[in-house]
Design a protein around this ligand. Structure first.
Ligand code: SF4
Length: 213
């Protein structure tokens, strides 16, 4: 059993999807998010294993497992919450794992609705974590602090913002198969490791900071 599992070409972490009262990790999910979830809110051996490891191991142990699994020759990118999210009572532990992975030189990305986690991890080295909101009015303010995602469940396309872009003018769009940069309007494969390698989408302005140990 592995903690890291593929999301396209990217290796990511899958937590149990759905509301906590149904065994899921999505404490901040909206009804629209739950209804449209690509996981169909199903739990499996991977999500059970991830939950078990994060409950029973220390942050250092978890980071060591991830480092070993990622191995050499793969992009140094880890995607958080391919399914599920960070439970409020897991925020400190997830942050500690993120810090440990950051110190090992890994790049981390993903999306969360846990605002505390997003706020805290946005200052860490080599992290490109997005905050998902369905409140159009808070986009402008939040985007100044980091990456923000505004999903459109009718089109399946998520608007992405960072910097000083206005809510009407997203920095990029990302669907399940294609993403496009707003500046050029050109569409590309939607895969975070490809965006990372080509400096597209969420990684447009990303500069890898070398970690000194
Ligand atoms: S734009 Fe690229 S990096 Fe951002 S979520 Fe989409 S595929 Fe991942």
């Amino acid at each position: 059993m592995s903690l890291l599992n593929p999301d396209g070409k990217t290796m990511g972490l899958y937590f149990p999807p759905g509301l906590p009262e149904r065994g899921g990790s999505c404490a901040f999910a909206s009804m629209r998010c739950l209804v449209n979830c690509l996981s169909y809110l199903s739990h499996n051996t991977i999500t059970d294993y991830t939950e078990d490891v994060f409950k029973t191991k220390t942050p250092k142990e978890i980071a060591a497992i991830i480092k070993k699994e990622l191995g050499r020759g793969k992009p140094p990118l880890i995607e958080w919450f391919c399914w599920g999210d960070c439970m409020p009572n897991m925020t400190d532990k997830v942050l500690a794992v993120m810090k440990a992975l950051s110190a090992m030189g890994f790049v981390q990305c993903g999306f969360t609705r846990n605002k505390l986690l997003w706020t805290e991890c946005s200052g860490l080295t080599n992290i490109r974590m997005g905050y998902t909101t369905e409140d159009f009015d808070e986009i402008d303010g939040l985007a100044k602090s980091g990456l923000v995602a505004y999903p459109n469940y009718d089109t399946g396309e998520t608007r992405l913002y960072w910097g000083t872009h206005k809510a009407e003018l997203p920095s990029a769009l990302c669907g399940s198969s294609f993403m496009s940069d707003r500046a050029t309007g050109i569409s590309y494969e939607a895969d975070c490791s490809v965006c990372y390698a080509r400096k597209r989408g969420c990684f447009t302005d990303f500069v890898y900071k070398k970690v000194t140990r």
